[in-house]
Write a protein of this length. Structure first.
Length: 628
């Protein structure tokens, strides 16, 4: 076999391995939907006394076509073509659209903030909903287990969050085989029960679903709220694209996940038509006897995996939000030496845990929690559709006359789902709205506060180059060694330099001024990492560039300067940092309550030492007070 024949074979083998691995990470959320989607969609039908047989065909039709249009067409075929150097997710899409429009901020950034904020709401609701629905399978075994469902759910979830700091590298090896068994189980369960009533195949006719919407629109909207639960997790396919690649995720979806889900929903539908009493919990009632307990254990394991995927996604979104200036700095721990994407953000972890525990204690059951589930994900999906429409319109990545009409149809469907989820507002749907609104408020406050500080600093700061030129004419005392000053703006002298001159009246022999800039690319390597310029007084200006998926690393950037003539050992340099104490001001552009909120966030912000990976024993911090 020649090299040209071996290469495609090797590439396809690698794609198969990645596709297998992706099953354990990407599809956990959408894979647990059969636990509750059919049950919740049919709940309004049972409550209204409508014809169950017709309703099952309508719900099954809606479930199938939701998976085909929203997940397969929108995410798998369309959005995976909107990647930023292989990275996906809502903030990557924001960066792409801003680049195409050649304009930052404004409408596009506002959409990104909304989508990211509601993603965090989803990260709280998904673990609570998934694990609760799995543990509730114990009630099928014996109704005496009911008092233990909530405590057991809390024990599982708290254990999951307590071990986050160790990373998922070791556990991840078990994810793929367990999830693979899960999808095989879904398919076999469905296949076994499809013969209960072969009329279920009529569900492939979309008119059954549309007919329900036309005949009984009020009831259909309530049903839509349950149907939407089947497509939650679609965002994960796009967000995790950077870890596995578009081709492996497509392969896994089309070959394993999609067939397993379709077969299970058809089997559940046929089973309910032939056993109407099973509508209360069709998934677990499809199996009987000794098989129920292994199924509950398997479902619990998979819901923990699904929760892990959402939590990991929240860490990644938080890292991107910090890089784009939407969140204050937080301590980021890299839990793997080989995988860049495996990170742990402690503050986000505890925030999500508190939210999850509150949700479980308040709602007590997955049926109650289903009222709150959906709005957060639905909002993020609508934002994706709007941004994707702008992207494909501007980029011409796909034929516009095909993709834009298709996205318009999908937008109408998702808007209908949002209207259906809106009916749940009074019954718990307000919870994700409040969560999302709170996170949006925090992001906007942080952006406004940072801008106010930046504007004030510019007014009070001295330009760096004129200052160095004046110091060159009348040089202060120089001492041996290298001093590195971090600055937010390369034009102005950092406050730490001014305070050092004012109080110590000395300068080091080698002066390095470094700024950390976040680029529109996810990751940077090689020559793109730094731009080095020589300044008066023998000083150097270094513009360090980091991708929005990376954690800024100042020592790494300094080592990259060697090939540009600046040789400096980051372990022996002295790092001068300005430590600001922020006070409130009556003259601020921010109202008092927002000033207080910004100061609280600033006080919780991670120190620059940890965030920029600076050796802590080489740092000199100089304090200053300023009003916001």
């Amino acid at each position: 076999m020649n090299n040209t024949e071996a290469q495609p074979h090797g590439a396809s083998k690698a794609s198969l391995k990645l596709a297998y691995a992706s099953i354990g990470v990407v599809f956990g959320d959408i894979g647990t939907s059969p636990l509750y989607a059919m049950r919740e969609a049919l709940h309004p039908v049972v409550a209204s006394g409508a014809d169950l047989r017709e309703a099952v065909l309508g719900v099954a039709s809606l479930l199938l076509w939701a998976l085909i249009l929203i997940v397969t067409l929108k995410y798998v075929f369309f959005l995976m073509r909107a990647d930023n150097k292989g990275e996906g997710g809502i903030l990557s899409l924001v960066v792409l659209v801003e680049t195409l429009l050649r304009r930052k901020g404004g409408f596009v950034l506002a959409l990104g903030i909304i989508g990211a904020a509601f993603f965090f709401g989803d990260a709280m609701i998904t673990p609570a909903m998934s694990v609760l629905s799995a543990v509730e399978g114990l009630k099928v075994v014996n109704h005496h287990f009911e008092p233990y469902v909530v405590p057991l759910t809390l024990a599982i979830l708290i254990s999951l969050f307590l071990f986050q700091y160790k990373g998922t590298a070791g556990v991840a090896q078990l994810f793929a085989p367990i999830t693979m068994v899960w999808f095989a189980t879904l398919g076999v369960m469905g296949l076994f029960h499809i013969s209960d009533d072969l009329e279920i195949f009529h569900a492939f006719d979309p008119m059954h679903g549309l007919g329900m919407l036309i005949d009984r629109p009020g009831l259909a909207l309530l049903v839509f709220g349950g149907v939407f639960l089947a497509v939650t997790g679609g965002e994960a396919l796009y967000a995790d694209m950077g870890h596995f690649g578009a081709k492996p995720i497509r392969m896994a979806w089309l070959a394993v996940v999609f067939p397993g889900l379709i077969l299970n929903y058809l089997g559940q539908g046929a089973f309910i038509i032939s056993h109407p009493e099973a509508v209360t919990n069709p998934f677990f009632l499809m199996v009987q006897g000794w098989m129920v307990i292994p199924l509950v254990l398997l479902a619990t394991a998979v819901t923990v995996i699904a929760s892990q995927a959402v939590i990991t996604g929240a860490f990644s979104i938080a890292q991107q939000a910090m890089s784009l200036g939407l969140f204050p700095r937080m301590g980021i721990t890299h839990t793997s030496e080989t995988e860049q994407g495996q990170i742990y953000v402690g503050q986000i972890n505890w925030m999500i845990l508190v939210g999850v525990v509150i949700l479980v204690l308040v709602f007590q059951s997955s049926s109650n929690l289903a009222s709150a589930y959906g709005i957060a994900v639905n909002t993020s999906m609508l934002v994706d559709t709007v941004l994707a429409s702008i992207f494909f319109w501007k980029s011409r990545n796909l034929p516009v006359f095909i993709v834009l009409p298709a996205l318009a149809v999908i937008f109408v469907i998702e808007a209908t789902f949002l209207a259906a989820n809106g009916l749940k507002l009074a019954n718990g749907g307000y919870v994700p709205v409040l969560m999302g609104a709170t996170i949006i408020l925090l992001m906007v406050t942080w952006m406004r506060g940072r801008q106010a500080l930046t504007d004030k600093l510019k007014k009070e700061s001295v330009e760096l180059i004129p200052l160095l030129e004046s110091l060159e004419r009348r040089q202060p005392t120089r001492v041996a060694g290298a001093a590195v000053f971090l600055q937010t703006d390369p034009v102005y002298a950092p406050s730490a330099l001014m305070h050092n001159l004012k109080h110590n009246r000395v300068l080091h022999d080698r002066l390095v001024f470094i700024t950390a800039e976040t680029t529109s690319q996810p990751r940077l390597e090689g020559e793109d990492r730094v731009v080095v310029k020589q300044l008066p007084l023998g000083a150097w200006l270094v513009e360090a560039r980091f991708g929005y998926m990376e954690q800024p690393d100042v020592p790494k950037a300094l080592r990259a300067c060697a090939e540009f003539g600046l040789e400096i050992d980051p372990r022996h340099a002295s790092y001068f940092l300005g430590r600001r104490v922020i006070r409130m001001s009556a003259r601020s552009s921010l109202p008092f309550w927002q000033q207080r909120l910004f100061i609280m966030m600033a006080n919780q912000s991670s120190r620059a030492i940890e965030f920029f990976r600076i050796p802590p024993d080489r740092v000199v911090e100089l304090g200053m007070q300023m009003s916001v």
